[in-house]
Design a protein around this ligand. Sequence first.
Ligand SMILES: [Zn+2]
Length: 348
Amino acid sequence: MTDTVITFLQTLSDLTGVSGNETAIRSAIKPLVQDHVDALRVDALGNLITLKRGTGENPLRVLVTAHMDEVGLMVVGHTGDGGLRAEPIGSLDARLLPGLHVWVGKDKLPGVIGVQAIHRAHGDTSVTPVDKLVIDIGASSKDEAQSAVPLGTPVAFATRFREMGAAVSGKAFDDRAGCAVLIALLQGERLPCDVYGVFTVQEEVGLRGAQVAAFAVEPDVGFALEGTIADDLPKEEKDVSPTTELGKGPAITVKDRSYTTPPRLLSHVLKAADAEGIPYQLKQPGISGTEAASITRARGGVPAITIAVPCRYIHGPRALLRPEDVENTLRLVRAAIARLTPETLAFT
Ligand SMILES: [Zn+2]
């Protein structure tokens, strides 16, 4: 099972899908799920909405989301000598950018984020803001750069997936890890209730795809699958527990900056994990936001929870995760959905 899920992750990680330009990701996911679902459509924003009918034992409508988009850059100008100016799409750490290889546009034109040679830095160790960086595509003139790369072209990290000891490394694990889990969930056996598996767009710029998908699907309950922050870095001083840690199982959100998980749903998921012997960890509360925030506010309100694969170095060019955490996330989501009943969601 791990091989399959990790194969999906590898395929999706090597493709580019900066927020608002998710076509390549959607095109890769569609053939992987279409023979395993009962309905499939693409909505006006680009969300890929699938329905896998349940066995009929349970009337609940369950929404499961994973976002296809990744953080990156967008070209917003051309310098006189053929360089590209860019601005961030989603939250990026400017310290990580100088010197990186990037893929420009849908045809993956190669580029380098330019940086002054150390010989000319004169001891300057300051961080160059993103809007002062120049992406070098090797163009010899402004005209050449403008015709090759129009304004608005997306730019992604040029990172190839690779195995690294007990871990794997690649870009966009936030949230291609969630997408890989959702593909495997849809390829698996039918669950007692209908599952709407939605691969969403534009999460990194405002949870937009999930907002409209949750409205359209009208779910009874929602699960947001994520790749989340693992900051269990070696030798780092910690005065609080890490957000999450690699190898400790899926991270379950109690509360983040965007929403609070309903206690009855949280306790249901923890009981499912305990019953199946699936390791899990609670994510340090108060950090970041997820699509559960959009789902929870849909229509008259929908109870929602986030279950995430811990990933080191997310939103950077090379993230790192443990395959067993991906497999255990899949096991937990299946177990939690399989055990849902209308009573699970009712207030007592
Ligand atoms: Zn994410």
